[in-house]
Design a protein around this ligand. Structure first.
Ligand code: ADP
Ligand code: MG
Length: 603
């Protein structure tokens, strides 16, 4: 784990042009005057005969003479003092250095400018004197920046193991030398380049993340939570009394339930790989950041339908939230044939409100685009959906799984069904391009926790801008998968009623929000066509819903990730009959999405 961070200055924390275009010209301009005024000072005497000519020549030839450096330092100090010079430091660098310092990293500088000049620079930034960030400074008196030996010397002096030190520089040659000494490296590549050196690359300091990351376990979590006073008080008692269980039954992350003497809370932490598969399938920790952002948005729009948020630790990819208890995962409840009187209302509202409030029907174009930017980096999670939902079920993909032999024929027909494959790809294209609203992205019955009366949606780590019908279709698909899995006619009836009620409540709620809107750049209010516009918009959402519902059903039967509703049917032949029926139905939905006009026809 990284413990110390050593940074270069020029081109890394500060612009190259500051030194070349501001500092050096300033020294050139003011040195002669200073020398004339202080001809008898020891610093000027150290230059020797004809000091002005000599200094000017050294500067022209970029000589690293100590006497020159000393005098430059004096002149710069005066410039800083008078306010004529303000040291340049990138805001992203300063913010990150402060964050790292506060997190407990030890920070050092290694730059070719003299130590005195380094201290001057960090002592006179627009943000004031920030030298308190650093525990030590190194310049070329310890050795050249292109020699591994210099880094070894620094390492011995600061007393960390080589692999505990991170070196930041804009120069690949310097990074190569540091790497030779066993250090970790990040290349600050602020200006685009096609070269791909063997160093982690970052455009700005803000991109250097997760340095403090470590996966939590039941032994390390108490001390971490105890550091956060509010959380410790919330839990009650002392850390030794807290009961911690890891309950992550999901495919990707760690989930801990922490019981204090007063209250409980839930800690969710991302792992740098897919939990279900292991380290061979890496997955970015940043998904925790997107999940948190989506939860913040949902807490704003539907606070009673999502867990409350207590803390987000970006560096640990960890979120502390409300512990839902005695809630259970909806899928388990559906398998147990439980009826939930408020479920359709809650999920209909959850979808309508979150999708409406993040769409162009409500936001201004600028607000919407800014929100899209926040989620634009969640590409790895989107790729999972793009591959697993829209493509893999329709060819012989290595990760496909199906109930063989009952579904062997179905698999063959999926791979040769050109109209179906085209339709799935049209839906994929819409998912890729039609950024209508912030979707939950994974809204299935395993992402919902319920009691008889309450409903909470969890796990929006796939959060991304997508067609509005995407979430709606995914959720209805999971109700229908449950429908196909059951044999009990009464419960099946209840599930169909859920499909109908959920759609109707979603459509009603969405319509009410749309008709009452006072903002939103799409379908301009000035044109007075709100009613007619709503009809068109709902028709599009409906078509998309049917399409996404269909592809979700198919991929949950023949793709990588299956649903327990069907998997728990022990008799493979019986399961096969049900699965084949579901797939035939899904195909009709996908191909008929333009001709099936209402929920009654679906039922
Ligand atoms: P993953 O993204 O890895 O699938 P989930 O967010 O779905 O993780 O959580 C995994 C499991 O942890 C859930 O199925 C649920 O049992 C439990 N869980 C998640 N969040 C909470 C919470 N806020 N309160 C109680 N249990 C939770
Ligand atoms: Mg998840």
């Amino acid at each position: 784990m990284i413990k110390a961070i050593v940074t270069d200055i020029e081109g890394t924390t500060s612009s190259l042009s500051f030194v070349k275009e501001v500092l050096f010209p300033y020294a050139e301009k003011h040195l002669p005057d200073y020398v004339r005024k202080h001809a008898n000072s020891p610093e000027v005497k150290a230059v020797g005969e004809n000091p002005i000519e000599k200094l000017e020549q050294w500067m022209r030839e970029d000589k690293k003479e100590t006497a020159l450096k000393t005098l430059q330092g004096i002149v710069w100090a005066e410039g800083y003092k008078s306010g004529e010079l303000v040291a340049d430091i990138y805001p992203d660098a300063l913010a990150k250095l402060k964050e790292w310092k506060a997190t407990g990293f030890t920070l050092y500088v290694y730059s070719s400018g003299s130590i005195a000049a380094q201290k001057l620079l960090f002592g006179n930034t627009a943000a004031g004197d920030v030298n308190n960030l650093f525990s030590g400074y190194f310049d070329t008196t310890i050795g050249g920046k292109l020699e591994a030996d210099s880094y070894q010397k620094i390492q011995k002096q600061i007393g960390y193991a080589p692999q505990e030190i991170l070196f930041l520089s804009d120069s690949v040659a310097e990074l190569d030398a540091a790497k030779k000494a066993g250090w970790k490296t990040v290349w600050l590549n602020r200006y685009s380049s096609t070269a791909k050196p063997p160093h982690t690359e970052a455009k700005t300091f803000a991109e250097i993340t997760y340095l403090a990351y470590r996966a939590m376990d039941v032994d390390t979590l108490p001390a971490y939570l105890a550091e956060h006073k509010k959380l410790a008080e919330f839990l009650g008692g002392n850390p030794k009394e807290w009961n911690i269980r890891e309950v992550g039954d999901g495919n990707l992350n760690l989930v801990f339930i922490v019981k204090g003497t007063k209250q409980s809370l839930c800690v969710k932490q991302a792992l740098p790989y897919v939990r279900l598969v292991g380290e061979s399938w890496p997955l970015p920790l940043s998904r925790a950041h997107y999940e948190y952002l989506a939860l913040v948005e949902q807490n704003k729009n539907t606070p009673e339908l999502v867990p409350a948020l207590y803390l987000h630790d970006a560096e640990l990819a960890l979120t502390v939230m409300e512990c839902l208890s005695p809630h259970i995962i909806l899928r388990k409840g559906l398998i147990a044939k439980t009826r939930y009187p408020n479920l359709a209302k809650h999920i209909g509202q959850f979808m309508a409100r979150n999708l409406f409030y993040t769409s162009d029907f409500y936001l201004s174009a600028a607000e919407k685009k800014n929100k899209m930017v926040q989620f634009a980096g969640n590409t790895a999670m989107c790729k999972i959906t793009e591959d697993l939902v829209f493509s893999e079920p329709y060819f012989n993909a290595p990760m496909n799984k199906w109930n063989s032999p009952a579904l062997d024929k179905t698999m063959e027909s999926l791979a040769t069904d050109v109209p179906l494959k085209l339709a799935a790809q049209e839906l994929k294209h819409a998912f890729l391009t039609r950024a209508e609203a912030l979707a939950h992205g994974d809204l299935h019955s395993g992402s919902i926790m319920v009691t008889e009366k309450e409903t909470r949606v969890i796990d929006p780590e796939f959060g991304f801008f997508a067609p509005i019908g995407f979430d709606v279709g995914m959720y209805l698909a999971n109700l229908l998968l449950s429908y196909f899995s059951h044999s009990d006619a009464e419960y099946k009836k209840w599930l169909l009623a859920q499909v109908k009620d959920t759609w109707n409540i979603f459509a009603e709620e969405f319509s009410a929000l749309f008709l009452a809107r006072k903002s939103g750049d799409s379908f301009s209010l000035a044109l007075n066509i709100n009613k007619q516009a709503l009809e068109k918009i709902l028709a599009t959402i409906w078509q998309d819903t049917l399409g996404y519902c269909g592809v979700e059903i198919i991929r949950r039967i023949v793709g990588l990730a299956h649903v327990e509703d069907l998997e728990s049917i022990a008799d493979a032949a019986e399961r096969g009959t049900k699965e084949n029926a579901a797939i035939a139905f899904a195909r009709k939905l996908i191909l008929g999405r333009n001709t099936i006009h209402d929920i009654a026809s679906v039922l």
